[in-house]
Every structure is written in C-alpha cells, then in structure tokens.
Design a protein around this ligand. Structure first.
Ligand SMILES: NC(=O)CC[C@H](N)C(=O)O
Length: 371
C-alpha cells in the first residue's frame, strides 16, 4: 500500500485545543475555517462540493471516507468548496464498479488538505459541548505557537458574507429552453441538484449572480423566482434581501431553500442568529405543521431564524419545525405565494421525504400561469 507511513498533522482549535492525526496522501500545508461536523453515512462528494460549506473545515463522523470513490454525477458544484477535511479512516482504495476515481485524486485536483486518523468522536463531542469555532488543520506540527497567531486572523463566521465568493459571475441557463415554465434563480451558492429538481418538473431556469437586480431577472420574464442555499451569515446579504423583497412585489411565486429561507425571513424583518453548532446530516426530523406529518431531512446550516419573531410576525406562518430542538424549519408568507425551508428537499444523497415542496412550488406556478 502506497500510504502506510504518513506524516503527522494537527487540528488546532481557536481555544487552543489540539487533536493529532495524519496527513492524507503527500499533501502539505495549512487550511483555516470554521470547524463543523456532518453525520451523513454517505454523500461525502456531494458534501465537499456543496457551496454552502465554503469556508468550513468538515469533520465527517462516518468512520470511513473515500471507500466508494468519486463519480462526476455526485457533485453539487464544479469544485470542492470545503476548506479542508478531517476524518477517522481515509480509504485510499475504493470499491464501486461505477466509480470514476479515488477521493484522494479528487481532493488533490482541488488542492484540498485532508487529515485522517483523528479521534473524530472526541472532536465532535468537544464541538457539541463548546460550539462551532474557528480552527485550522496543518502539517506544521512543530509550529503551534505561530499557527495560533495565524488562526487569530481568520474572521468569525458570524457576520461573514460569503455568497459573493461562490456565486456565478455571469447569468447562465439550465434545462430545456422549450420547457413550459421559466424560473429566475438567485444564486447565492446554488447546488446543482436544486437546478435538476426544478428542470425535471418542467422549468427552464436562468441563474443570476448574487448581486443581480430585479430588472435583470424580470428581463427573463419568469413565471416564478427561486432563492438558493449558500454559505456564510445571511444578515450581511443586503443585495439578496433587497432583490428578494422586489421578487415578492412582482406577485409571482417565490421559493427559498436554506440560505434562501433565511433571506426570505429577513425580508419580513425576522432576524437570524448563529446556532451553537448547527445541523449537518441526512437524518434530521422535521414536523410539517400544516399536515401533521413527519419528514426525515438532509440539513446543512449553522444559522437559523428567530422563532419568537417568526411567531409574532402577522404576515408569516411557521410551517415546519425541527423536532430535535424546536427551531423553525419552514415558513410561508400569508399575503404572497412565497415559502421556504431551512433544510434540503433536493438532497442528493438523502431522504426523499421533502420532494413534495418542489411539487407545491410548481402547483403555485401553474395556478399563476394563465391557461
Ligand atoms: N445550506 C445553506 O444554505 C446554509 C445557510 C447558511 N450559510 C447557514 O449556515 O445557516
């Protein structure tokens, strides 16, 4: 086996706590970010390429990462978006007939540093007790004092605008130009599977940069608007909040996912806050308050909207709640055809319980489109 003896690497947390591991492959260097963990048993490639994770060091709680290789259809964007990977066992060999390459090659092509052989259970327990915080991973194991200084310069996730880093620079089209419905999507970090989920239900989509104006979006003559998921703190997204407010004024249906949900709440004067450690995994239980049904959902967020302000807002109805901690997981506006969820109905991989949300969006579009 090529990688039997490997160099030591460290995980250094903002509060000075150190965990040791080994560097994956022959990578070298240091990567900084907010340390957070994902409990999904599968889906590492989708997670690593999800733009919502930009700027985060990802701890995978599943004990084996890389064992089924990589496949081009399992990406959520064109590059790896996590800042670095922390795992227990990194699988150099992989076994899946349809895999196209190894995770090692995939991370290498994207210049992503990965550290394995970390006691991830202890690290995750530590984050659960002490909250999400900045951290670094590094092969410079003998320079801890210097690394602590460098870590101080990393901005806190709170207040950080990151949508502009991952959004498309130019508008582009997705889907079949002859599809019956046109949707204008605001890309503040959009996942590919959202576009696929909209296209397969009959939409031709134009995707716009994070700072697009409503005039640019209206020029596509859309039947509906979509506000995407994405990284960072939602509150600094002044342009996206203003554009979403303008979307509502058009009277057309509006659907928001995750960061898009937070932006929709912000248009209604409902504030957001940073959670203790966030929700990241594919088995999060949600209660749909409109139907009384439960859903198992895929989630990836570190911020949430204020439950008190949502409940007190006369124009807003809370439609979904997270059953673990009672946080708000979905809202709809009473006077607009607009709704949003904090989780990922497009989840790939993940449970399919929430796909009906796309169907409801299209029902609203069909109602609004003259026959
Ligand atoms: N998946 C997302 O869109 C994440 C939204 C936001 N960045 C958060 O962490 O809460």
């Amino acid at each position: 086996m090529k990688y039997t003896t490997r160099k030591k690497a460290i995980v250094l947390l903002e509060d000075g706590t150190v965990f040791y591991g080994k560097v994956v492959g022959d990578m070298e260097g240091t990567a900084f970010g907010e340390v957070c963990f994902n409990t999904g048993m599968t889906g590492y490639q989708e997670i690593f390429t999800d733009p919502s994770y930009y700027g985060q060091l990802m701890v995978m709680t599943n004990a084996h990462i890389g064992n089924y290789g990589t496949h081009v259809e399992e990406i959520e964007s064109d590059s790896v978006k996590i800042a670095g990977l922390i795992c227990k066992n990194f699988s150099y060999p992989y076994s899946r007939p349809s895999a196209e390459g190894s995770l090692l090659e995939f991370l290498g092509r994207n210049n992503i540093l990965a550290v394995s052989d970390v006691d991830t259970r202890a690290l995750v327990s530590y984050i659960r007790d002490n909250g999400a915080m900045n951290a670094l991973i590094s092969t410079r194991v003998d320079e801890i004092d210097q690394l602590k200084e460098e870590l101080k310069a990393v901005p806190s996730m709170q207040g950080l605008e990151l949508a502009s880093k991952v959004s498309t620079k130019e508008p582009y089209f997705f889907g079949d130009a002859n599809a019956p419905y046109r949707i204008a999507a605001l890309d503040i970090g959009i996942k590919k599977n959202i576009l696929r989920s909209l296209a397969e239900r009959g939409a031709y989509i134009q995707v716009f940069p994070y700072n697009a104006s409503i005039e640019e979006m209206k020029a596509f003559d859309p039947h509906a608007y979509f506000v995407s998921n994405g990284p960072g703190d939602p509150e600094p997204l002044k342009e996206a909040i203003a554009t979403t407010t303008a979307m509502l004024k058009t009277g057309k249906p509006v659907f928001g996912i995750c960061l898009g949900h937070q932006v929709l709440a912000l248009t209604q004067g409902i504030s957001t806050y940073k959670m203790h450690q966030g929700h990241r995994g594919i088995n999060h239980p949600i209660l749909n308050l409109l139907t009384g049904k439960g859903e198992i959902t895929s989630q990836n967020h570190g911020f949430a909207i204020s439950a008190e302000q949502a409940a007190a807002n006369e124009g807003v109805e809370v439609t979904h709640r997270h059953l673990n901690d009672d946080t708000v997981a979905g809202i709809r506006l009473k006077n607009h055809k607009a709704f949003s969820v904090q989780y990922h109905p497009e989840a790939s991989p993940g449970p399919h319980d929430s796909k009906y949300l796309f169907d409801e969006f299209f029902e609203a579009i069909k109602e609004a489109v003259p026959a």
